[in-house]
Ligand binder design. Structure first.
Ligand code: ADP
Ligand code: MG
Length: 280
């Protein structure tokens, strides 16, 4: 079994791309599961009112269930709403319910509206008896207040990119938004990782997309790509990550490899974040 190093400090990572259907949730879920299987303690926070990550990890998230909505609105702490993932001892999930879709409006007038999640995450990590190696946030497909909250709460952004013709379209807008968050709220925020998803090695297009993204962002694109597989898309309907649902398949193997690559870059990434922090 491969050795997966643990980061020296907690890595806080938001998985974001305002495009829907590019593999954000699938990547957040399966990287979290893989890291937990490798022995790291992981908290996945679902910030999408659709609650797809909650579904995929078996966390109840019907309307009215304790969820990240209560955390954002200051009624509950993360410790109070987190659930253990049934498949992995080291993975906890903060579920999202559809109620969260009201939060953007409900907190819109609050002065600290951008840092509601950050406040809750910092408080949780400070007071938790257990040390978490990773906090991974699954973002909704927008650049709204929920995503800004995620960007303010983390040190790193992971951007999944679907291997398709319009792959890089919209990336500029995302990078601009990250720039605004850096300028106003979170100067050390780092785009640390890009992951090519739904890769089809038989097509020239997939390889061209990988090469193009790699040429624009040489140091942050993972070498591992995630293939398009049926098992990956089936797993959520069994309330499972593909790591638990089909552990020997190519989908699970690829996400495990991506998780290893992510983990092995920890020191470099944490140093880069520190450097940014010292600049500011
Ligand atoms: P997002 O969170 O960015 O909207 P999802 O992770 O939900 O995207 O993925 C969109 C759809 O594509 C889902 O139905 C998911 O099951 C499917 N999907 C994602 N990655 C893969 C993959 N590598 N192979 C096959 N299906 C995938
Ligand atoms: Mg999603």
């Amino acid at each position: 079994k491969a050795v997966c190093p643990k980061p020296e400090q907690t890595r806080l990572i938001a998985v974001a791309n305002q495009k829907g259907g590019v593999g954000k949730t699938t990547s957040a879920v399966n990287l979290s599961a893989a890291l937990a299987q490798f022995g790291s303690k992981v908290l996945l926070i679902d910030m999408d009112p659709q609650g797809n990550a909650s579904t995929a990890l078996g966390a109840p998230h019907a309307s009215g269930e304790p969820s990240v909505y209560d955390v954002i609105e200051g009624r509950k702490t993360i410790a109070e709403v987190k659930r253990a993932c049934p498949d992995f001892d080291l993975l906890d999930v903060v579920p999202a319910s559809i109620d969260l879709s009201g939060a953007e409006l409900e907190v819109a007038d609050m002065e600290n509206r951008n840092v509601l999640l950050k406040t809750a995450v910092d408080e949780f990590l400070e007071n938790s008896e257990e040390h978490y190696d990773y906090v991974i946030i699954d973002c909704p497909p927008s650049l709204g207040l929920l995503v800004i909250n995620a960007m303010c709460a983390v040190h790193e952004m992971l951007i999944p990119i679907q291997a398709e013709y319009y792959a890089l379209e919209g990336l500029g807008q995302l990078i601009n938004t990250i720039g605004l968050v850096q300028e106003h709220f979170n100067p050390s925020l780092l785009v640390s990782t890009m992951l090519i998803t739904m890769f089809d090695k038989r097509t020239l297009l997939s390889r061209e997309v990988h090469d193009e993204v790699k040429s624009h962002y040489p140091t942050i694109v993972l070498d591992t790509t995630i293939p398009r597989t049926v098992k990956i898309s089936e797993a959520p309907s069994f309330n499972q990550s593909v790591i638990a649902y089909d552990p020997k398949g190519m989908g699970a193997i690829s996400y495990c490899e991506a998780a290893l690559e992510l983990a092995r870059r920890s020191q470099t990434v944490l140093q880069a974040i520190d450097a940014r922090r010292n600049e500011n």
